[in-house]
Design a protein around this ligand. Structure first.
Ligand SMILES: C[S@@+](CC[C@H](N)C(=O)[O-])C[C@H]1O[C@@H](n2cnc3c(N)ncnc32)[C@H](O)[C@@H]1O
Length: 333
């Protein structure tokens, strides 16, 4: 601080102390004012970067857990707005997947809310996913969060996890425990079966197969194919190969959710560059292609695959352009 600033601060402090109650600081502000004073003495009064001081006003540092709480609450409100099927109210979504927060007397995790949001999106294209028998394949399912919410909402779904070995170890250990009433076919049982016909897949609630087991599923045997945050980590030729398989194996709906633009983490691995590069097939009917509810960095896209014209839903164009990335999607659609 220069001499003028020191004098000014001293004068203001004396005036404020003289004024006393209720004008003088109390509680935490006694220590904070002292701390600010010391910081001014050491480094001057801040001109540009006020991040340190602003933590005591209106903005925490990135990484503060309160932002997680705010994000979960805001997502809850957004999901509630579109929750025509009343999924939030109809079920208790308390789980032990971590970092839940209490809202309206219930407990919600981020995981649960993004999964419900996705199910609501898929239901725009295929309302039957909420209450009709469906064979749903989730390629690269992680722990199986989409299957968890789907099976709670609609026990008539047969949910097929297709994933890498290490990740299957997790989903096989977690998902059957979270859905204790479900019939389960674990990897070894599924391996013993030859071709996985629609009839076979309907006979069990949860299936756990390797990604390669997609090949064994009967052509046209999948009603809903899901891939979330997995194609974005693959190279284009790999995505192409999977898209060819989707075209063969699905009669119904293909839902995908990925980065609009490749993430910095995936760039060194020569991953697909982003939305523009996805080899969606011309005969597929586009239900929607738009940003996800929670971020402009991800898109969600949904297509009808080998669907009769009568079963197609109208295109959804209800989202608004608010960013460059968003307008680039809009230009394509
Ligand atoms: C970022 S995680 C996303 C998990 C899950 N879809 C979610 O959103 O919670 C990527 C998933 O892709 C899977 N994966 C990676 N390479 C794969 C491949 N070649 N074929 C199928 N799945 C793969 C991983 O095992 C993991 O489950």
């Amino acid at each position: 601080m220069d001499a003028e600033q020191i004098a000014l601060l001293e004068a203001m402090r004396a005036d404020n102390a003289r004024a006393g109650f209720p004008f003088a600081p109390r509680g935490c502000w006694i220590n904070l004012c002292q701390d600010f004073h010391e910081k001014f003495r050491a480094g001057g009064v801040p001109k540009d970067d006020i991040a340190y001081f602003n933590q005591s006003f209106s903005q925490s540092l990135p990484g503060n857990p309160r932002y997680h709480r705010y994000a979960v609450y805001m997502l809850y409100r957004l999901v509630k707005q579109r929750d025509a099927a009343n999924l939030l109210e109809r079920f208790d979504w308390t789980s032990d997947t971590g970092f839940e927060i209490a809202i309206d007397g219930r407990r919600y995790a981020w995981d649960t809310l993004i999964s419900l949001d996705t199910v609501l999106s898929i239901a725009e294209a295929d309302p039957g996913i909420l209450n009709q028998p469906r064979i749903v394949a989730d390629l690269g399912a992680g722990w199986g969060r989409i299957g968890y919410v789907l099976k709670r909402i609609n026990p008539q779904v047969s949910y097929v996890v297709l994933d890498l070995p290490e990740i299957l170890m997790i989903s096989m250990s977690v998902l059957p425990r979270m859905l204790p009433r479900e019939s389960v076919s674990l990897y070894r049982e599924m391996s013993k079966l030859g071709s996985l016909s629609r009839q076979v897949l309907q006979s069990c609630g949860l299936w756990f197969g390797g990604s390669q087991d997609l090949l064994r599923i009967e052509d046209g045997g999948i009603d809903v194919f899901i891939n979330i945050a997995s194609f974005q980590e693959m190279k284009l030729s790999q995505v192409r190969a999977y898209f060819d398989l989707i075209d063969r194996k699905v009669t119904g709906t293909f839902y995908t959710q990925q980065y609009v633009v490749v993430s910095d983490a995936q760039r060194p691995y020569n991953a697909i560059s982003g939305l523009e590069e996805y080899p969606f097939k011309a005969p597929w009917t586009e239900h929607f292609k738009r940003h996800v509810t929670f971020s402009e960095r991800f898109f969600e896209a949904c297509f009808g695959v080998k669907q009769p014209v009568s079963a197609r839903c109208p295109a959804f164009a209800s989202w608004r352009s608010t960013s460059m990335a968003r307008s680039s999607i809009a230009a394509k659609s």
